[in-house]
Write a protein that binds this ligand. Sequence first.
Ligand SMILES: *Cc1c(COP(=O)(O)O)cnc(C)c1O
Length: 423
Amino acid sequence: MEFASKCLHGGYEPKNGEPGALPIIQSTTFKYDKTADVAALFDLKAAGFFYSRLANPTVDYVEKKIAALEGGVGAICTSSGQAACFVSLMNLCRAGDHVVACSNLYGGTINLLAVTMKRFGVEITFVDQRLPNSELVKYFRPNTKAVFGETITNPSTDVLDIARIADLAHSQGVPLIVDNTFATPYLCRPIEFGADIVMHSTTKYIDGHALGVGGVIVDSGKFDWAAHKDKFPEFSEPDESYHGCVYTEAFGNAAYIVKARAQLIRDLGCLQSPQNAFYINLGLETLPLRMQQYCKNAQVVAEFLAKHEKVAQVAYPGLPGSHDHELAQKYLPNGCSGVIAFVLKGGREAGVRFIDSLKMISLEVHVADIKSCVLHPASSTHRQLTDEQLAAAGIDAGSIRLSVGLEDVKDTLADLEQALAQA
Ligand SMILES: *Cc1c(COP(=O)(O)O)cnc(C)c1O
């Protein structure tokens, strides 16, 4: 099936007389007749459900759909994007290990990696993704276990050269994990360019209606864990918590995703709820249509901003002359999402006046929402920082992150025009 058809028919395939819409199996437990049936589930020898902390039928259908959309062998829906990021990395790392991550990631991810994972004993080196591989290779250590980057970075909208960074990771015997939140599998499928693991905050475009916080991890099934036994012994050695199961032998190329569920989803308890999985399934059904319109609207808005006298700079990779336009042509041929970063000429004051003057576009700590929303880091997420500290973090005091929604773009332009006049 083509992509749009998979969005509608992937995962849940009702049989004769079954409900047409995805059923919400709101149950923590599943009943069995015999101890042997339950034993087989506990030993990972049979597939099935026994407790919704590990797996649930509604969630499972949505996982199958997203795996199909990304071109992976399996997926896990998590309670948040942060949980997806954490599990995707901790399935590879233990205390004493090291990760190479791009420095322009979402702020929440930077905290998770630099503060919380560091407390768990995992060291992170943040690198400039624009450096050539001959430079980047110097940051790898014998204990490096993964490379992490975002297809389109939040909020700077940089485009990751996935194929080149995948080559780099593979030359060092480690997988590349890509956060594909802003692109969604409609605009880019990182696995086709060599990424090994893909994750999302489904809270953003996939849900698409600002209903539920969630995340997902997708396994490409392409990384050869057995061939890198020395770096990833947990994949090829018996897991005592499952009667000596060896993931690479029992599950072949699905070893990564099965191990993540069996160990981390079991122990951390961060599976998505069936109700939230139902919501993201609704979002997925219209993903292609929505993404096309986000991209169209954002392109118009980016062109408008680029010509505006109050605007110093626009970062939207769909704009000829913007940063990463060439990479966007390779990785994002169908559009660059609805997220635009731009800089007002008047700094912090202008930013505040602009935001306070908006009428339709909402001030929200959210992005990739169905409604247009904005954030001014200098007066919100980064308000403790002085202009000098902001500059050191690569953020201008007049920087605005605009997420263009699905309103008629005429209304979006009119609101921007009148608020810019006040700025
Ligand atoms: C929002 C976001 C996250 C975190 O996801 P939550 O669902 O908020 O936990 C991770 N990565 C990116 C790119 C994001 O935009």
